[in-house]
Design a protein around this ligand. Sequence first.
Ligand code: ATP
Ligand code: MG
Length: 355
Amino acid sequence: MAQVGRILFLPGDGIGAEVMTEVRRVIGWLARRGIEFAVEEDLVGGAAYDVHGVPLTDATMAKANEIGTVMFGAVGGPKYDDLPFALKPERGLLRLRKEMDLFANLRPAIVFPALAGASSLKPELVEGLDVMILRELTGGVYFGEPRGITELADGQKRAVDTQVYTTSEIERVARVGFELARKRRNKVHSVEKANVMHTGVLWRQTVQALRDRDYPDVELEHMYADNCAMQLVRRPKQFDVIVTDNLFGDLLSDCAAMLTGSLGMLPSASLGAADANGRRKAMYEPVHGSAPDIAGQGIANPIACLMSFAMLLRYSFDLGAEADRLEKAISNVLDQGYRTADIAQDGCTRVSTSG
Ligand code: ATP
Ligand code: MG
């Protein structure tokens, strides 16, 4: 049997580990169809702290970089709340993102036909919705210098954060956006606030120049971030791919998330730069956390994690047909009326994920 590639599994804590069990079952199904992955598994977050005293060991970090494709569950839990900052479970996740240089964060908001009624908007506004929010993840105001809080002579304090972007940082994430759009509906909205921010001006110029040079076939529209937030809740189906910076991407992806119903439905992918063979380091994870309130009960919704795995098939291994098949299977199960509690509406069947 041909082996298509290697994946590092980092299930983590709480329901992270539970939903990853369901991905194992899909991997078993693929293997029976002749598509075999070599899966290695390691510890991250609280699970790593319990054994090694750190949320991510250097050895695990090195393994993630070497294998290059990570399937991540979730980390954290009340047991670890009082740990010093550097040992908190979340530091493990942030270290992975930073050291793998995963600058492009993809968050699709997809509404399955059976769940259009679970959205915060009217069903007709979201039925069939499929928007891809692409957030720059390693730059901008989250990292820009100078930053910090200083004491002033008069006893007041002064806080500074700095938004910084270079042409190459903008260009590499925009390029991912254009490539995605080509495989989707061929439309990119580039989102910033060029009316009040210099980074917005450079963002707009850079994205436009890249499009004119390398992607003349892709439709590009510029939009201010405030307008984009409004349009997302007014007429979300106008969007295909939205490319935006770290901070606006954080806000807009949460906004889009609410259109789909539950945190338990939202997948994500974080991609790094392509190497000489066109391969990218990547990490795939559900957007939700470890959900301590429901952990250990077998009631977590596995869809976000399964959809993240569909993204892995599509973006890391070019297995688009298998990704489509997995998404279709999820859609079919929902059509048949099966629901976990987080997406159950009156009159729906409730089943546990482990059932
Ligand atoms: P983090 O800080 O790690 O993002 P959080 O506290 O913000 O965690 P989650 O752990 O994602 O949030 O949980 C938020 C709420 O959503 C909880 O009540 C949880 O039970 C629910 N929830 C999250 N994911 C799922 C899921 N996959 N299935 C069912 N319910 C979920
Ligand atoms: Mg959260």
